[in-house]
Design a protein around this ligand. Structure first.
Ligand code: NAP
Ligand code: HSE
Length: 431
């Protein structure tokens, strides 16, 4: 039996340097848990000229991935470089060479999870990716192991640290969007291209992964309805507060006899809802099981050491398997065909903010359109707009189908008396 496990690290940025730090700081406890030493033998980077701190003299820096995939002494490849197509080919090649894989890359898993799983099975390699969803908060293992005896009906939560950080700073400090985004980038939470965070794609990838695992159906990214936080203004945050709500970027995946739906969008939640108290870059995911009821997983969703904790825990799982002579994977072949809900079957409450002409009968004209589609209101506030002849209206509907709301919205857009429809958000959280 080997006394030392050799690791090839792909990437030495925020997460990669955290992996090295944890392996070094927790060396003795990892040795105790696995019964062997762990050495980072080689590290792949993009730019060899950048000044860096390497863990030990035994570690070699390279910009040729083949130095890692083709090294017969390397047992495990830890992928923390990000990217999709190029990274996919490196990881597939590593598995063809018999390397076990740990990755933090949700883009890769959401898009190519099935192919990676099949290749890992064919080559008897492990494939683990706990850090890909909710950073340092365990969620993949709880779904696959802890709740494996149950039938999951709904998952709902905050799965992107950057956007939660931005919305939280806007809500609590009235901060400006661009400067908080810059802060999140400096702190290492944001993706290399932060549009993936801001436009909801990162959260959508995570919700796709959770839905595949939770509902055992082969979802892909196109099945997730996505809206990012760019259109969320300080005005909406302020009015939401007046109405008793906070605004969070929420992923919801639910499943019943009508099918499943998966979405990510800015959502009004009652201020007393537990997800309203998830601050900074923290993440939280509710998982509802038929038998267990409601469970909640909460913790840091991004950042160097929290994310590296999940990566190194996966590495420990791989080493344990390796020493037992078994292989494992955090992926499962979906059991059911995909069945998506129609928009008619997707029910939600809506917040809508609009500017209308200040004239008699205006409100009646507007509510008549909604009434035609069976839509009634839970709350309405109105105020004098900046223009003298305009009113600004903020309305929250009762439960409505997405299809009915779309139709009412189209009719509203055509009304001459409506100057602008400024924003529409989902409202959730049982109020
Ligand atoms: P990062 O700070 O940008 O670091 C990326 C590292 O990979 C850098 O060392 C870079 O080399 C190297 N690299 C990138 N492309 C490469 C290429 N084509 N060839 C060789 N080396 C390459 O990224 P990160 O924040 O650590 O994120 C890494 C992965 O973890 C991503 O998949 C991300 O989505 C995921 N993740 C991140 C967090 C987080 O909080 N940051 C949380 C969960 C998951 P250079 O140093 O030479 O530029
Ligand atoms: N950019 C991601 C986030 C990193 O902000 O949540 C963790 O996946």
């Amino acid at each position: 039996m080997k006394n030392t496990i050799s690791v090839g690290l792909l990437g030495l940025g925020t997460v990669g340097s955290g992996v090295i730090e944890i392996l070094d700081d927790h060396k003795e406890s990892i040795q105790h848990k696995t019964g062997c030493d762990v050495t980072i033998k080689k590290v792949l980077v993009h730019d060899l000229s950048k000044p860096r701190q390497l863990p030990a003299e035994a570690t070699q820096l390279t910009d040729r991935y083949q130095d890692i995939t083709e090294d017969p002494e390397i047992d495990v490849v830890v992928e923390v470089m990000g990217g999709i197509d190029h990274t996919l080919s490196i990881v597939l090649e590593a598995m063809e060479h018999g390397k076990h894989i740990v990755t933090a890359n949700k883009d890769l898993i959401a898009q190519h999870g099935a192919q990676l799983f099949q290749t890992s099975q064919r080559n008897s390699c492990d494939l683990y990716y706990e850090a890909s969803v909710a950073g340092g908060t365990p969620i993949i293992r709880p779904i696959l192991d802890g709740l494996s005896s149950d039938r999951i009906s709904k998952m709902m939560g905050i799965v992107n640290g950057t956007t939660n950080f931005i919305l939280d700073k806007m809500t609590r400090d009235g901060a400006d969007f661009d400067s908080v985004l810059k802060e999140a980038q400096d702190l290492g939470f944001a993706e290399a291209d932060p549009t993936a965070d801001v436009d909801g794609l990162d959260a959508a990838r995570k919700m796709a992964i959770l839905s595949i695992l939770g509902f055992s159906m082969p979802f892909n990214l196109e099945d997730v309805s996505v809206k990012g936080i760019r259109g969320t203004s300080l005005s909406d945050i302020k009015y939401a507060k007046q109405l008793g709500y906070s605004i969070k970027l929420i992923g919801i995946a639910d499943h019943n006899e009508d099918g499943a739906s998966v979405s990510v969008e800015p959502t009004l939640l009652p201020v007393e809802h537990p997800l309203s108290s998830v601050h900074d870059e923290y993440n939280a995911v509710y998982v509802y099981g038929d038998a267990v009821g409601e469970t909640m997983f909460y913790g840091p969703g991004a950042g160097k050491l929290p994310t590296a904790t999940a990566v190194v825990s996966d590495l420990i799982a791989v080493i344990k398997n390796f020493r037992l002579g078994v292989s494992g994977s955090a992926y499962v072949q979906p059991q059911f065909p995909k069945q998506l809900k129609s928009r008619k079957d997707q029910l939600t409450k809506k917040y809508i903010r609009l500017h209308v002409m200040d004239q008699p009968g205006m409100l009646m004209e507007l509510t008549k359109i909604f009434a035609q589609y069976g839509i009634s209101f839970d709350q309405i506030i109105q105020r004098q707009a900046d223009q003298n002849d305009e009113r600004e209206l903020m309305m929250i509907t009762h439960q409505v189908s997405e299809e009915d709301f779309d139709q009412a919205y189209n009719e509203l857009e055509a009304l001459d008396t409506i100057r602008s429809i400024d924003s529409v958000f989902r409202v959730d959280g049982g109020k």
